[in-house]
Design a protein around this ligand. Structure first.
Ligand code: IVH
Length: 666
């Protein structure tokens, strides 16, 4: 086979594998196999650059180009949507359409989330991704093709062989919320300006002159229709969505076809609550007439189709007065400033507090007590103060962190090179709230109870400890804002269900100093139950995986404390598990007897996935290097002390590729 044929074959294999992985969520080859084929293609292209085609997966990494974006006309204009905000307006819309269509026509609708990102027009020529434009003014957009190519969920080559000669695919590029938060945290840490919301983050990332920067941003796309199309024999929007999906385009799984406007209205109402459960932002619901024949008869007015509407909810930003900046002391002692706001409605929810990151961030944005500020809610994220609301400043003095912990009075510290101030006092009383947060959001991971609820429960003195959480009733919850009969009952059910979490999760949730997930699991496995653990001497503790003398002493000290012993007894009475279940015990396997430490970020696994994969083969995973360590798996940005310790102790360092081999996936 000629190298050009082989390159074409590799492109096809890799592009198909990419759709299967990123869009279908059903991988057809493992990462190692993908890498081998990818490397082969890259080598062919390096040897003969004329083999590189725009749809080659090697083009997804981006290039530091710096041309200005070209303005290019859309083949068909990109319109916009008329909005409605009430049920009555929805009904009126249907009445108007009936007048135009003839009253007896049944109208079916497709209802889709309205993704709050950046609108994009992708042109495919004979099935190949040829060009991608921003919406621009709707008539012409900017050519951001190299940037779009870096988005893994955009197929470079359509699946199937029936591609029309020219097809415009329309969709919305967005940044998932977790990626948005992580990216913003990283920016804040570096002292850089953060993005006010995921939409700006997506739009800004798409307009990077250097597409390697775009490639590093966690962008994705939902495709919601077509623009110019030729030779496509489809009669409804719903069929088009299925058609696109079958050809490898990510269409939103929540799109639904409904037969009546009454059903549409009901679904829209559901969505107002449901939207915060998505891991991306939506700013409404799009409702489209399904039949193309009806769409054509209805036509458009000023580039706004009469056959579609955007149902929009109240805006997610608002202006209000920042009354006071208060400090909360976190679980690890960090001083987190937060804003006490004049209550204001944002996106249908009244908010009276918002997070402020740290002293530097507050002063960079120039936020002061007494200011009018812009606040914003992003999904279920805690509201944020974006910045002062312009000229109406009332605050006079710049913000300063207190020199002493507001709760225990101990002098605060700010380690060199870090942005956070810390209270060094381990016994500081405010850490109780964070223990509760850590329980609800981490250890027990209770659905339907978020940080907001924990905070309100704490503030109202309804729940000040983990046992009190389990004694909470539906009636009590109803007293809190934002709870109705159903949500309160669901939350109580979720709280009660969380009594069944395994022992190691309970241990983690107790907030014993220095006991993270891995240590909790090792302690649970080693001692089997809480009595053995509670009565263990320091020497006995050291026998457990990853426990050195200092940690052993800290754990023993924690269990000597009367309050802590009472807490354990109370939780046990409430029915929580204090024994390691059979199903959690380690299995025998090819790696039995080996013990690994993982440090830094791995590409293909989260830490707990890597841990689980190793444990499945009988290995143990510890979080500190000792003479018993078989190897240290080193990811990106590893912990320096672990690497140094491994080097000193002569413990081998392993790469992620070595890990894959260990797991038999190499
Ligand atoms: S259909 C004629 N469907 O909302 C326009 N638009 O004003 C037809 N959007 O910027 C657009 N999600 O990018 C449609 N599921 C969806 C959408 C959606 C988000 C955006 C679109 C445009 C704006 C419409």
């Amino acid at each position: 086979m000629s190298s050009s044929d082989r390159a074409a074959e590799l492109r096809e294999l890799l592009n198909e594998a990419s759709i299967a992985y990123h869009v279908d969520d059903q991988p057809v080859m493992d990462d190692a196999a993908y890498d081998v084929l990818y490397d082969e293609l890259k080598a062919l292209e390096d040897a003969d650059p004329s083999l590189v085609t725009p749809d080659s997966p090697t083009q997804r990494v981006g290039a530091p180009l710096s041309d200005k974006f070209q303005k290019v006309r859309h083949l068909l204009p990109m319109g916009s949507l008329e909005k409605v905000t009430t049920d009555e307006a929805l009904q009126k819309w249907e009445d108007d359409m009936r007048k135009r269509l003839g009253t007896d026509d049944a109208i079916a609708y497709v209802v889709e989330p309205k993704i709050d990102g950046s609108a994009i027009n992708l042109t495919y020529e004979n099935g190949r991704f040829a060009r991608g434009l921003t919406r621009g003014d709707g008539i012409q957009g900017e050519d951001v093709t190299p940037n779009l190519r870096t988005i893994k969920t955009i197929p470079l080559q359509m699946r199937r062989t029936d591609a029309p000669p020219t097809l415009e695919v329309r969709g919305e590029v967005y940044m998932p919320l977790d990626g948005f938060r992580a990216a913003n945290e990283a920016l804040a840490k570096d002292g850089k300006a953060t993005w006010p919301n995921p939409r700006n983050a997506a739009a800004g990332s798409l307009r990077q002159k250097d597409s390697t920067i775009t490639a590093a941003r966690p962008l994705s796309i939902w495709v919601y229709g077509t623009g110019f199309r030729e030779g496509l024999d489809l009669e409804t929007h719903w069929e088009t969505l299925q058609w696109l999906r079958e050809r490898g385009f990510p269409t939103n799984p929540f799109a639904q076809r409904l037969e009546s406007i009454a059903e549409v209205a009901e679904l829209v109402r559901d969505w107002e609550l449901r939207r915060t459960t998505l891991d991306y932002e939506i700013d409404g619901i799009v409702i489209k007439v399904d039949s193309y024949e009806q769409q054509e008869r209805l036509g458009a007015l000023h580039e706004r189709p009469r056959w579609a509407r955007a149902f929009k909810w109240a805006p997610m930003t608002a202006t209000t007065r920042l009354n006071e900046i208060r400090i909360r002391v976190g679980r690890t002692g960090n001083l987190n400033p937060w804003a006490v706001l004049e209550p204001v409605e944002v996106g249908g929810v009244t908010i009276s507090r918002a997070t402020l990151h740290n002293e530097e961030d507050i002063n960079r944005k120039d936020i002061r007590e007494g200011d009018d500020v812009i606040v914003q809610r992003a999904g279920d994220v805690i509201p944020q103060v974006v910045g002062p609301a312009g000229k109406h400043r009332r605050g006079t003095k710049p913000f300063q962190m207190p020199t002493h912990c507001p709760l225990c009075g101990v002098e605060v510290v700010k380690p060199e090179g870090e942005v956070m101030h810390r209270c060094p006092n381990r016994a500081c009383p405010s850490r109780g709230l964070e223990t509760l947060n850590n329980w609800v959001m981490g250890a027990a991971d209770i659905d339907g109870v978020g940080e907001q609820t924990v905070w309100r429960l704490w503030q109202q003195e309804m729940v000040r400890s983990i046992p009190e959480l389990y004694r909470l009733t539906g009636e009590q919850l109803l007293e809190l804002d934002g709870f109705g009969e159903i949500s309160a009952n669901n939350a109580i059910a979720a709280i009660q269900a969380s009594k069944a979490i395994p022992f190691f999760r309970v241990l983690f949730g107790l907030n014993i100093p220095d006991v993270g997930w891995i240590t909790a699991r090792n302690l649970a496995l080693h001692f089997g139950n809480v009595d053995a653990l509670m009565n263990a001497t320091q020497e006995e503790l050291i026998e457990a995986e990853g426990i050195g003398p200092e940690r052993a002493e800290a754990i023993a000290e924690w269990f000597r404390d009367d309050d802590n012993r009472r807490l354990v007894a109370e939780l046990r009475d409430l029915g929580l598990r204090f024994e390691t279940g059979e199903e959690e015990k380690p299995v025998e396997g090819p790696l039995t007897g080996n013990q690994y430490v993982i440090t830094g970020t791995l590409e293909g696994f989260t830490r707990s996935e890597a841990q689980a994969a190793l444990e499945e083969l009988g290995a143990k995973v510890s979080d500190s290097v000792s003479s018993k360590t078989t190897g240290v798996i080193v990811g990106e940005e590893p912990g320096k002390s672990k690497v140094t310790k491994a080097e000193k102790a002569g413990v081998p360092k392993l790469t992620e590729a070595d890990l894959l081999k260990l797991l038999g996936r190499g």
